[in-house]
Design a protein around this ligand. Sequence first.
Ligand code: NAP
Ligand code: MG
Length: 395
Amino acid sequence: MTKITMKTPIVELDGDEMTRILWAKIKEKLILPFVDLKSIYYDLGLPNREETKDAVTVEAAEAIKKYGVGVKCATITPNASRVKEYNLSQMWKSPNGTIRSRLDGTVFRAPIMVKGLKVLMPTWTQPIVIARHAYGDVYSGVEGYVPDGGAVVLKFPDGTEKTVFDFKGPGIVQAMHNTDKSITSFARSCMNYALDVKKDLWFNAKDTISKIYDHRFKDIFNEIYEKEYKERFEKAGITYFYTLIDDAVSRIMKSNGGMIWACKNYDGDVMSDMVATVFGSLAMMTSVLVSPDGKYEYEAAHGTVTRHYYKYLQGEQTSTNPIATIYAWTGALRKRGELDGLKELSDFADRLEKACLDTITDGIMTKDLLPNYEGEGKAVTSDEFLDAIVAHIAK
Ligand code: NAP
Ligand code: MG
């Protein structure tokens, strides 16, 4: 069989633990036999981040900016116990955080739905994609306890002052911020992505209560939509819809899904966990970082599956689900194919995804999926599962 040739490379970011083991197997069994892979490889495994003083993460982010498409394996975000385990010289920052801030991007999380796997909300027949604004608000809030009462006052650069509250006894106070720049980037990322996947875009805030703060989000989204996207949305047959957050929640519950749900930081934190739970598991959730100028980084939404890795190190054959990591690869290859006009490459991504879904629908899956499977399913090891997918590609 002749392999599909690529024009432009994709940027490949290797990672840690069990997902690193799966990464190599996915390439060996599902990608390299079919595609003459062109990739620029960066090892973001924790030992190499330590070795390069984390320069490798920055270089990888810059490469994604240059080439436009990246695929990333899950990585360890070090904490105190990892510093000991890996003998680190410092607690390196989250690679995802570093890459996200360099690309100024928004993360879109989409569930992978499979015939035969049940969804807890029977009316949600199509995936709901969550876009969380990952900057500011309460996550970089400044807060304090006021033990003995007194007035807390906000002072603005122009000298005006606003009293937050004049406490008569002990209480608490919080201040938070966001920037026009970040909200604007968020709006553009969401609108680009909606056009990309041709799905309706929903956005919500509480502008009736928060007449300046949340209202600013609403106004910026509206302005960007009217000025830059309205025509393209109409041409693509999709809509932009703003409503209050509580109204949105109620409408989404009653809907059939199928929309991109853009959320402010806190709303996205909460709602993404709800949506992920309804659609099954993190192992069936993909994630793509989209920058406002159209650069893409695909990954799985789950972590490095440490518990399985320790079993693997003891010689056990684990049943770790590779689907979200495979979809990171297909997402990147499809996008590369689209950008380079290589239909063959995009078609291969479709074919590989279909082989994954068919394998599960036929009853062969990893252990985590079995409780949600509606027929007589069989749990197999990751290796057996990958081999079954290979057999389905050939069909
Ligand atoms: P995790 O790796 O997502 O795993 C948590 C648990 O979820 C696993 O123990 C497993 O449950 C289940 N699970 C997750 N993915 C699975 C898969 N593909 N197949 C089967 N089961 C799966 O989260 P964590 O244990 O909290 O974090 C481990 C490391 O990942 C941490 O060092 C963290 O920093 C890192 N992390 C990285 C990213 C990223 O790079 N994007 C994201 C999150 C976390 P059972 O053990 O019950 O089978
Ligand atoms: Mg959360």
